[in-house]
Design a protein around this ligand. Structure first.
Ligand SMILES: CC(C)(COP(=O)(O)OP(=O)(O)OC[C@H]1O[C@@H](n2cnc3c(N)ncnc32)[C@H](O)[C@@H]1OP(=O)(O)O)[C@@H](O)C(=O)NCCC(=O)NCCS
Length: 315
């Protein structure tokens, strides 16, 4: 037995707000349509803040809450598809801003909305070999930079934000039992990079992604529970990627998950991709809903296509 537990979490919330009423002024949509079809009412936007700024805010809070100092960190991974610059990576920027030791392994990871779970699994593997047994995992996005504000099928969904978790690896901790997957697909969800002939905006086949999500989320739950040897009842809290309230509603109904065991904050944040799961974790810790001993099952899905689940305990 060896693995990681979460010691503490944090969030970085941008100052700007985009309401459904703001979007009514941009595209042919209504507050009623957005609320009923997605559950989203507000999203945050970095106004005068960089991705690094909100990632630092989240990382610093996670360090403080976990009682871990920057000198204890051996690995820092930022899951993002919207770093301020490709080089230096967002993780390298965090090294400087948080004062992490110069021999900290720092890099960015892109698995779209599943990025935080890919990063958490990668963290568990790397900490096993690291001389320092604590790691910082951040999910941070500035999706408003890559949103097409003339496309009503996507611009209503996405927002900016950051979430972070400090993980500690120990020989006597259980593994997080991650299940991760990928199916290369250019059609359903796409974001071109700099220099591409097409514009650098998120393009999506919403209805098909919805269908993919409602198929893959239960698959992840089943596989993680089987791998961890747990049942739905053994889990204290379910944390789902916040993409659409209807996806979460369908899944909790299927598994008879009671209201007090899951959480939705997408009304206030929209879909923040890699930041969405750690943002939820951070708010749960803030509200005392998770803490030492809590057993959490997280599920994410997104572009790539990617998907994943992980069972994790809080230290
Ligand atoms: C994008 C999404 C909200 C669209 O909701 P939907 O119920 O599937 O809506 P549809 O795409 O079927 O469109 C239904 C109608 O609403 C219209 N519509 C689409 N966006 C609209 C908007 N913002 N306002 C008003 N009408 C809109 C469509 O044009 C369509 O009109 P039509 O019937 O006349 O052709 C939904 O498919 C979704 O959330 N998909 C998953 C997206 C996701 O999770 N992405 C991130 C993965 S990490």
């Amino acid at each position: 037995m060896s693995g990681i537990k979460i010691r503490g979490t944090g969030k970085g919330v941008p100052a700007g707000v985009i309401t459904n009423a703001d979007l009514e002024g941009l595209v042919d949509t209504t507050d009623a349509w957005i609320t009923s079809r997605t559950g989203i009412q507000l999203r945050r936007r970095c106004d005068g803040q960089s991705l690094t700024d909100i990632a630092v805010q989240a990382g610093r809070q996670a360090l403080t809450r976990s009682g871990v100092t920057p000198e204890d960190i051996g690995v820092c991974i930022v899951a993002t598809l919207t770093p301020d610059t490709l080089v230096p990576s967002a993780a390298c920027c965090l090294q400087r801003e948080l004062g992490l030791p110069e021999d900290t392994l720092c890099f960015d990871l892109n698995a779209a909305c599943t990025g935080f779970l890919y990063a958490l699994h990668t963290m568990e593997c790397l900490l096993a070999k690291s001389p320092r047994k604590c790691g910082l995992v951040v999910g941070a996005e500035r999706l408003t930079r890559v949103t097409d504000w003339t496309d009503r099928s996507t611009c209503i969904l996405f927002g900016d934000g950051a979430g972070a978790a400090v993980a500690e690896w120990r020989e006597d901790f259980p593994s997080i039992c991650a299940v991760l997957g990928c199916r290369g697909d250019q059609e359903l969800l796409r974001l071109a990079g700099p220099g591409a002939p097409e514009p650098c905006y998120i393009q999506m086949e919403g209805r098909k992604v919805f269908k993919f999500a409602v198929e893959v989320v239960p698959l992840c739950i089943d596989q993680v529970l089987a791998k961890a040897g747990k049942t739905v009842e053994d889990v204290d809290f379910f944390v789902f990627h916040q993409a659409n309230a209807r996806i979460i509603d369908l899944v909790v109904k299927k598994y008879h998950i009671p209201e007090e065991k899951y959480y939705k904050n997408l009304a206030r944040f929209g879909n923040t991709s890699a930041a969405s799961i750690p943002l939820v974790l951070s708010e749960l810790e803030e509200q005392g809903k998770v803490g030492p001993g809590s057993r959490v099952l997280m599920v994410g899905f997104g572009g790539g296509l990617t998907w994943g689940g992980a069972y994790v305990e809080f230290a």
